[in-house]
Design a protein around this ligand. Structure first.
Ligand SMILES: *Cc1c(COP(=O)(O)O)cnc(C)c1O
Length: 449
């Protein structure tokens, strides 16, 4: 029988892991996972872990979900994949119909890619190309928020603002126009999320007024800047942004790659502001965490600007080998069927309240600046000094101590810097949430000593 140690040894001979300083693994064990079931992961030594981060925010209805498994088993004997240029298949048609039906009104066409970053590349290129096709060739720039994250391919990295990922590659990147984020962690004492978000919108309004002529689009993560330490803001910001983008003739790209599919309490975060973006990027939860797939939804207005005779170069000549993969579309359809047949959003409301109650005591911890939550995303921000909110230096790696403690107690909690967060699969139970909260509280005590 293979053990953790044996598999780790073989892994480190040949695998280079994502977002990892590989030398860390001289000290830090890798966890080889043998099986998943529901919220639980089991390693090769038989230890079990609650997957509190949904395996990097992708899993919605648990590992080895019987309904998604059954759909995939049926599809794999019929059609695994077919070229989507000049060909089509039933699952991509059904999925597109379903996505158009459930996303905000006005989104009418689906363009597929196979990961989140590629969806961002598609949206950026499409927006630029739309303006070019419309004779507005001076529109070449993008407006983004500080602390935003949109992926790690060069275009997506350029419109993000997490310096840890971006700094090294700065000479390779296009230059966005960066506007201060409405991040409510920085609200003034006594100020509400809504007041702060409205006040911060003045920066965006001023930037749009100044740069509208050269701006293709504003790109935002609606409601939660996830990779930017789970910082949150009020829906009013999105409402104001939609109005201003209309006024200044600039596209709005909503990156719901992380927050889509119920994470913020509604199926899509944009719903809370009652807005329709010009481009909606989805991935992560799209296939329930099973297979790589992403999609950009856009309007007929955008689509029509590309519709012409071939010779004009107005067409969107962008493709990925696995565009619209049939197995991935099948997993996505099975995921959407669960949303349709079970009251997922309603059940999540109860789970989110339970999560709030379970984490509330941590707000009084001397090293906790804030416990915040939007729907099924809850975060606990650790600081060196509670009064001044002076942060710990990231090189101290306080979060890593929480991570290690959690693993020893049977939980996969993977803090972002000094922010411990829960973003669990929706099949988690209230008891499991209590278990996570206890482990997180112990880990925070140990890490802040
Ligand atoms: C994860 C993420 C991406 C990138 O998706 P990948 O599939 O990792 O390339 C883009 N935007 C947001 C908001 C994300 O959370």
């Amino acid at each position: 029988m293979t053990s953790n140690a044996e598999l780790m040894r073989r892994d480190l001979e040949v695998v280079w892991h994502p977002c990892t300083q590989m030398k860390d693994h001289e000290q830090l064990p890798l966890i080889p996972i043998a099986r998943g079931e529901g919220v639980w992961l089991t390693d090769f030594d038989g230890n079990r872990y609650i997957d509190a981060v949904s395996s990097w925010w992708v899993n919605l209805f648990g590992h080895a979900n019987p309904r998604i498994n059954a759909a995939l088993k049926e599809q794999v004997d019929r059609l695994e994949h077919v070229i989507l240029g000049g060909f089509t298949h039933e699952k991509v048609v059904e999925l597109s119909e379903a996505l158009v039906a459930i996303t905000p009104p006005g989104l009418a066409k689906c363009f597929y890619a196979d990961n989140g970053s590629s969806a961002i590349e598609v949206a950026l290129k499409m927006s630029f190309h739309y303006w070019k096709n419309s004779g507005q060739t001076q529109k070449t720039r993008f407006i983004t928020l500080t602390n935003s994250y949109h992926g790690e391919t060069l275009g997506a990295l350029a419109v993000g603002d997490v310096s840890l990922y971006k700094e090294t590659y700065a000479p390779l990147l296009l230059q966005p126009i960066t506007v201060p984020s409405p991040d409510c962690f920085h609200r003034a004492p006594g100020e509400s999320w809504e007041q702060h978000s409205r006040r911060m919108f003045a920066h965006m309004e001023a930037t749009l007024a100044q740069h509208a002529r050269e701006a293709c689009a504003v790109i935002v993560e609606p409601l939660v800047q996830c990779a930017g330490n789970m910082r949150m803001y009020h829906p009013v910001y999105l409402k104001l942004l939609r109005e201003a983008c209309n006024k200044y003739n600039v596209h709005l790209i909503a990156d719901e790659i992380a927050v889509g599919f119920g994470r913020t309490g509604t199926l899509f975060a944009c719903e809370q502001a009652g807005i329709t973006p010009d481009f909606l990027c989805l991935s992560k939860g799209l296939t329930g965490g099973y297979l790589p797939l992403s999609v950009v939804l856009t309007t007929d207005k955008v689509y029509d600007a590309f519709y012409d005779d071939y010779a004009t170069l107005r067409a969107f000549l962008h493709s990925h080998s696995y565009t619209g993969n049939a197995l991935a579309c099948t997993a996505a359809l099975a995921t959407l069927e669960i949303f349709e047949s079970d009251d997922v959003i309603g059940r999540n409301r109860d789970l989110a309240s339970h999560m709030a109650r379970a984490l509330a005591p941590l707000a009084d911890h001397p090293q906790v600046a804030e416990v915040r939550q939007t729907g099924m995303i809850a975060a606990v921000e650790l600081v060196r000094d509670k009064a001044s909110r002076e942060p710990y230096d990231w090189t101290e790696r306080r979060g890593l101590r929480v991570y290690r403690h959690a693993l020893s107690q049977g939980a996969l909690l993977r803090p972002l810097g000094n922010v411990v967060y829960f973003m669990p699969p929706y099949v988690i139970t209230p008891d499991e949430i209590d278990q996570l909260a206890r482990i997180a509280a112990e880990g925070i005590d140990l890490a802040t000593r």
